[in-house]
Design a protein around this ligand. Sequence first.
Ligand code: NAG
Ligand code: NAG
Ligand code: NAG
Ligand code: NAG
Ligand code: NAG
Length: 629
Amino acid sequence: MGPVILCLLLVSSLCQQAWSSPSFTIDFARNCFLKDGQCFRYISGSIHYFRIPASAWKDRLQKMYMTGLNAVQIYVPWNFHEAQPGVFNFREDRDLEHFLDLTMELGLLVIMRPGPYICAEWDMGGLPAWLLNKKDISLRSSDPDYLNAVDSWMSVLLPKLRSRLYSNGGNIISVQVENEYGSFHACDYSYMRHLNALFRLYLGDDVVLFTTDGNADYFLKCGTLQDLYTTVDFGPVANATKAFEAMRRYQPRGPLVNSEYYTGWLDYWGVKHSQSSALQVSLGLQNILETGASVNMYMFEGGTNFGYWNGADFSKIYQPITTSYDYDAPLTEAGDPTDKLLAIRAVISKFQTVPSGPIPPPTPKFYYGLISLQKVGALVDQLDFLAAGAPYVTDYPITFEDAKQYFGFMLYRTHLPLNVPLYTPLSSQANGVHDRGYVSVNGSFYGVLERDVAKAVKVTGKAGDWVDVLVENMGRINYGGDLKDFKGLVGNLTLGTNTLKDWLVYPLNIDGPIAGGWPHILGNNLLRNPRTENTGGPVFYRGTFKVIDVGDTFLKLPQWSKGQVWINGFNIGRYWPARGPQVTLYVPSSILSSSEMNNITVLELENAPELPTALFLDRPILNGTLRGK
Ligand SMILES: *[C@@H]1O[C@H](CO)[C@@H](O)[C@H](O)[C@H]1NC(C)=O
Ligand SMILES: *[C@@H]1O[C@H](CO)[C@@H](O)[C@H](O)[C@H]1NC(C)=O
Ligand SMILES: *[C@@H]1O[C@H](CO)[C@@H](O)[C@H](O)[C@H]1NC(C)=O
Ligand SMILES: *[C@@H]1O[C@H](CO)[C@@H](O)[C@H](O)[C@H]1NC(C)=O
Ligand SMILES: *[C@@H]1O[C@H](CO)[C@@H](O)[C@H](O)[C@H]1NC(C)=O
């Protein structure tokens, strides 16, 4: 007993070596991973700690363990941890090491995917938008400015992982380099070689480093590198042996690996809700396991794009991703087991022992009913404290990145240069509104400019009237060749044929004041500056509600159009029932209080209902009717 207890106390690699040192390698002769000398395969699931409140991490990991998984696969979003160059945040919901401690505690192995690019349907694929401060930067390439930023980030991140590697007594068995690099046009092998050397420098020579690409030659060609183990990704298919043939052309020996087996799919605003059958997903998994392959299910739990973190795709038009990242995964957005999970567990049990005992049941969900909201006032009337400092005074519009405001909203203001007695188009001929512009003249709302969809709004007014365009960043493109997705007015606006000039540009810090208690701290003294009689456009509302039993709930905003919601200062994301398919927003129990009144703040951008209310339901609605654009 003595030495064993000593070991538990010391948890040192020295101590481990007294018996046999742990190892995780590849056996190219027997086509398998070798864990402590034995052939091993992993059955893993992806989970994004950055899409789940920290207080729920353990619960979700426990459910994954109970399903019979022996590993989890994790991305690290660079922009979530380094919001400003050189300023790092690993606290609270960003406490990666705490998350990794929990995986270790539960006996799960870890497959790390530290990027630097991760895609993940996350803003800019995880790259920090401040990289765009250098306008002509070449991302995901050997551009020295890009590489310097990567090197600096990795010098902070990778040392945190080293002691957690399996061979050092931890539970990280492998580390992915970049992500689906073969899908990117640059095809810069020197960049991949640079990353390989960088990862080796910090992680040593023992750890398995690998790449993941779509399973076709045109992806694998630029994504693979001699020194990195090649893996592929694909969803449910009838014949997994056939699907792995592409991998074998690039990786003739070693274990078969599907690094992203798709259990579901993401949603876009304005596109039908994605769903896939539990039967098809579980049969496809069985087919993969029968080949002896290792597999990671993407996603096992999707979670939520809280705040402004969602990404976007570009396919003919710009397509932003919804706030919910439920993914129709085996665990729901709120972490509850589904029939899909049970079907997957039944399949896994044919291949390896799954822990006995029931899967933890769904956590209770609460119906808190309907509450009424009060108007606080138009956004433009709150500029004195929402605008972070004086406005930029410019001839022509500047971008969010120029103003070093990377997320949320900026207000662009100018005057009508002449009398406009007849409705005249205010337009972005260059399609330069990234991504939505809410247009008001002297406080009257005229409509929305939308990237790729609505290039003009007709306005009237008198020479000298204020023209306000509140521009919303709807999330940066996370995939494909358009990663450099500058936000704001990236082209001029014209009124008829006149280019509008002489702008005041206000970067807005809305989250700061709301986290600090605004507008509820105003008490009943609401009308700070009643200049504008509101007729739609960006307006704040607030409400309070009491909760006796605290639990997860789902917020519905009946008859509202589009906007952003905060509860007790926490930004729960964008709502857009006027577009669909997502109708409710997930409200995690961790942000609610049973001892104090709970505060809700809504920024409606277009039109609120005449009687503004909020409804808290005990179930999500993610498959609402789609409305026109
Ligand atoms: C699956 O594909 C492999 C390779 O192409 C083939 O040999 C095998 O017969 C196929 N299996 C089935 C059940 O179709
Ligand atoms: C627009 O607002 C300005 C400043 O408040 C005011 O002088 C002007 O008369 C208003 N224009 C119209 C058409 O109401
Ligand atoms: C706006 O128009 C001015 C004058 O034609 C031009 O100098 C400027 O580059 C334009 N700005 C953008 C972002 O296109
Ligand atoms: C709601 O706002 C009030 C007024 O500012 C504050 O006293 C209270 O603590 C807030 N409630 C919560 C749960 O934060
Ligand atoms: C949405 O999903 C629910 C629950 O699965 C289902 O009952 C309902 O019929 C669906 N609604 C639509 C419009 O598809």
